[in-house]
Design a protein around this ligand. Sequence first.
Ligand code: KG4
Length: 335
Amino acid sequence: MHIDNSTVVLGIESSCDETAAAIVMGGNDVLSSVVSSQIDIHAKFGGVVPEVASRAHLELMQPVINEAIQLAGIGAERINAVLVGVSAGKAMAYGLDVPFIGVNHLEAHLYAALLEEPQLPFPAVVLLVSGGNTLLIHMTAPGEYSLLGATIDDAAGEAFDKIARFLDIGYPGGPAIDAAAQQGNPQSIEFPRAMLHDGLDFSFSGLKTSVINYVRKNPGVASHDVAASFQCAVVDVLVAKTLRAAQQVDAKSIVLGGGVAANSLLRSEMQRVGSAAGFHVALPSKAMCTDNAAMIASAGWYRLRDHGPSGLDVGAIPHLSLTGSTVRGNRAGRK
Ligand code: KG4
């Protein structure tokens, strides 16, 4: 198959709570990107219910694909390839509390920044922070990565979601903490910064326990102060380690990806600290950070160009190989 800048790819993605389709031409030209969220449905249950998620995906997928084709202003016959995020089983893994990492899905998060900034200077250090992963990746070029660090327990997004649920401040947890933190004082409570000076791996489960213990001992504490102090502890560690990684590998750019990259404090701090240290900082737009199908289609375009089409038997595997390093799913791996 010949791949060039006129090749049109349909990307399809179904994550825990989103059904999405996008049409992308030539790797970077997003003709349409449609995301249909099931957040309202799952909010009623306080979290994702796998059976409900699968049914909703089935019902929504075809209308979402049709809308993407219509918005792109092309006929279906113009589509040269179809790429599916290998994460349709994510809702099930979420429910069973077992690791699940869609190979193409993680790779796709790496491409989200490239979609908006095709001339991104390499090498780059990517901080990939989502509901299921917290990874530091050294990206020397599209398709060439190695793993620098990862969480040894909870993912950053998972910590946000669990603390929001504990504080009962809304679902999904990340945006709820982000909003509550705007009203709070990040210096009001000194929560631990785990492994701050120790390598490039992360740990968030001790922080979660410490927040829960603090609130139990101080029942009158204002939720927005807890949210702001917790968020500040997470962001301090994420920013410090990303900066250290970028210095260690002599990177030109720092790139954020994944749902937690939509966090307002993480974005502003990474921009401030990264630029002060002389790095180009790439922050994908918030819509590109969370799950979407444009990034799947873009990653697929590069994969097709460099490796050709996959067989129809391609499946999701519970770990991702990044040039020799294996990224293990963490306990409650959401993808
Ligand atoms: O990459 P993503 O959309 O998908 C999954 O991991 O399934 O990431 C979702 C995660 C959730 O944990 C959510 O709470 C978190 O990203 N998130 C945020 C924010 N927006 C989404 N975390 C902190 N601040 C935000 N503004």
